[in-house]
Design a protein around this ligand. Structure first.
Ligand SMILES: NC(=O)c1ccc[n+]([C@@H]2O[C@H](COP(=O)([O-])OP(=O)(O)OC[C@H]3O[C@@H](n4cnc5c(N)ncnc54)[C@H](OP(=O)(O)O)[C@@H]3O)[C@@H](O)[C@H]2O)c1
Length: 287
């Protein structure tokens, strides 16, 4: 593919019914250090990757206060504030105790602090999409959902998303606030969330698949993706993302990268139109 790719070709989805974003988006977890801890090895490349986003039509970024922690939100602000025409979605609800260590904390006071500090770091007065990183499965759940509803009423948050949930969880949360998006692990090789995806499709809830490239495994040559990638003149990563985009109109993939070159390869997925045969072939293969 020789022309500059543009995420606009992936189509538009309305977050919460009122914020338009291009469906092919970007995950900002990889612009941190190893174990998603500390600064990235190449800070200039991380900033260059972020600055490339608007040039490639990507106007939806997924981050979290726990990425770094704080590093991802800080870099996004440095590169892109005040985010003209973009939606920066963040998350809260996890403590960090070191590289690769993630500890959920449902305490309402902590969740309120997460939101207030994300507002300050991102330099905004309201977070357009704030996602609860992990829903509590014990006694703290009601208080957890209530404080989110309160923060929405107070105008600190515009829309709410959940992560790693089932349809029953979504329905319970809907008693407190409308659920705008769901972020679960999902990609060609990992599809335990099919039923959740179908539920979101049916109800017009945005579905944000994390690990859309299976943490990079679907980006490497040597898989069944290769042949189809060559036929379309794109990389295997673009085929994995094009398959996701075709799977559902509510699908909002957030491939992560710290490289401007990989970013452009991934955005090329927006222009790929897989045939029904290619879509089915890919879906049947264990990749
Ligand atoms: N809700 C949750 O619990 C949760 C959990 C995990 C992640 N997330 C979100 O989901 C996003 C996506 O997940 P992810 O970043 O972990 O995994 P991913 O998007 O499946 O894969 C990212 C990996 O693939 C590599 N990659 C990307 N494009 C490539 C290309 N064109 N060619 C070769 N390698 C490529 C990246 O390395 P390079 O940097 O070298 O390109 C990186 O190591 C995250 O950024 C984060 O926003 C959410």
């Amino acid at each position: 593919m020789t022309q500059t790719p543009n995420a606009a070709a992936s189509g538009t989805f309305l977050i919460g019914g009122d914020i338009p974003v291009h469906r092919l988006a970007y995950g900002a977890m990889r612009i941190t250090g190893p174990g998603i801890w500390g600064d990235p090895k190449d800070r200039r490349a991380a900033l260059a990757t972020l600055r490339r986003l608007p040039e490639l039509g990507v106007n939806f970024i997924d981050t979290a206060d726990s990425y770094g922690p704080f590093v991802s939100e800080d870099l996004i602000r440095e590169a892109l504030h005040p985010y003209p025409g973009m939606l920066v979605a963040t998350k809260g609800g996890l403590l960090r105790h070191g590289p690769d260590k993630w500890v959920p904390l449902a305490d309402p006071g902590y969740l309120r602090q997460c939101v207030l500090l994300s507002l300050r770091r991102l330099g905004v007065e309201r977070i357009d999409l704030w996602q609860l990183h992990r829903l509590d499965h014990g006694d703290a759940r009601q208080a957890q959902l209530q404080v989110i509803a309160d923060m929405r009423q107070e105008g600190l948050i515009r829309h709410v998303g959940l992560s790693e949930v089932r349809p029953a969880d979504i329905e319970e949360a809907q008693r407190y606030f409308p659920v705008a998006t769901v972020q679960n692990q999902y990609n060609l090789g990992e599809r335990k969330s099919e039923a959740v995806l179908d539920y979101c499709t049916q109800h017009g809830i945005g579905f944000i698949p994390w690990y859309p490239l299976n943490a990079g495994k679907l980006a490497h040559p040597g898989s069944v993706l290769d042949t189809i990638a060559q036929a379309h003149g794109v990389t295997p990563s673009a085929i994995a993302l094009a398959w996701l985009l075709k799977r559902s109109p509510v699908m909002l993939p957030i491939p992560g990268t710290s490289s401007p070159e990989h970013l452009a390869q991934n955005v090329a997925a927006a222009q790929v139109r897989l045939s029904d045969h290619e879509f089915e072939t890919l879906g049947k293969q264990a990749v």
